[in-house]
Write a protein that binds this ligand. Structure first.
Ligand code: AHR
Length: 328
């Protein structure tokens, strides 16, 4: 009865909210599928598309799952609304890829009070009570940043009496991937007397914004040694701006390019001598999360933090076969 009342409430809620959809029938009417509500933060990058696909490919009906995917278009408010719908629909589990770290305590408490377990994936949430979620599956973003820094140190770039001039393209402010990749660079700059961040530009992890901010910057100043770009799509935008400004880049050019994600297109640019180094951020979370859910359902204890396996690539590490076989 409680469920029918909730369903009625959901219908009333949905008819009063533009853009909301009733995405599934109540649990009693489906075939014992394990229902997962997945709040994906957006579709801002090639990485994100691959990440969503990995979840869809993993949690199939054939394997006993029903996956409801809600795209929040990079807006936390949209995520909160989607999660409230999942709670009303009484899903079996909620998975959240959060936009930014702050602002999750209340909604996670609501999920906990409804007895729905939550998994956080990709980025993290900043909450006092860690019992509000089961596990956080994602990347070690600080380690990624440190790998990039180590590579830059190894280049021993000679700038004479001048500082090493770094343009820092930043992802969505407040996202774990932005905060920790930025921290790695800022810490390193404090430790290297002749390294200087000449500008920090917000690119929101998108190609369009990466292009726009880089173009505006190069209009005023073309004296750049390094671009530290916190994701591939911003890098693609920056490369377009560099081309338009007539600057050379990559291993044989003037501007060194460091990028994060290592998607297929970035790896190809690296092999073609347009990007110096790709630090991998692995988007294929589906199989890892499936394993953890399996363990959880068997009553086993699962780790609170799980990092994806990742690597770093320069032109020397790559072959065309390797790039061709990459799925994203
Ligand atoms: O949080 C992971 C980051 O988000 C990826 O580096 C980026 O491409 C995505 O948008």
């Amino acid at each position: 009865m409680r469920r029918y009342f909730k369903l009625l409430l959901l219908i009333l809620l949905c008819t009063s909210l533009a853009g909301c959809r009733l995405s599934r029938v109540p649990k009693e009417e489906d075939n014992n599928l394990f229902v997962i509500g997945f709040s994906q933060l957006g579709s801002e990058s090639d990485w994100r598309i691959a990440n969503t696909q990995s979840m869809i490919d993993t949690f199939t009906n054939a394997k006993g799952y029903e996956l409801i995917v809600e795209n929040a278009l990079q807006q936390q408010d949209n995520q909160l609304a989607a999660i409230r719908r999942f709670i009303l629909e009484e899903v079996d589990m909620i998975i959240i890829a959060p936009t930014t770290e702050e602002g999750w305590e209340l909604i996670l408490t609501e999920a906990q009070e409804a007895d729905i377990p939550v998994i956080i994936m990709d980025r993290s949430v900043s909450v006092w009570n860690k019992d509000l979620y089961l596990t956080n599956v994602g990347s070690n973003f600080l380690h990624e940043g440190k790998l990039a820094i180590q590579w830059l140190e190894e280049q021993k770039i000679d700038t004479g009496d001048e500082p090493l001039k770094i343009v820092h393209l930043q992802g969505t402010y407040g996202a774990t991937s932005q905060l920790l990749r930025s921290r790695a660079l800022e810490t390193a700059v404090n430790e290297h007397e002749n390294w200087e961040i000449i500008s920090q530009l917000g690119g929101d992890f998108t190609e369009a914004r990466g292009y726009e901010v880089m173009q505006q910057f190069l209009y005023k100043n073309k004296d750049v040694d390094v671009i530290y770009s916190e994701n591939d799509n911003m890098t693609f935008g920056a490369i377009r701006a560099l081309d338009e400004a007539g600057l050379t880049y990559g291993p044989d050019g003037k501007v060194k390019i460091i990028t994060f994600d290592a998607t297929k297109k970035a790896l190809q640019l690296c092999l073609d001598g347009k990007i110096d180094v790709c630090v991998e951020c692995n988007p294929m979370h589906g199989p890892t999360i499936e394993k953890l859910i399996d363990q959880y359902r068997k009553g086993e204890v699962i780790p609170k933090t799980v990092y994806m396996e990742e690597s770093i690539y320069t032109r020397e590490d790559l072959t065309q076969d390797f790039i061709d076989s990459r799925g994203y």
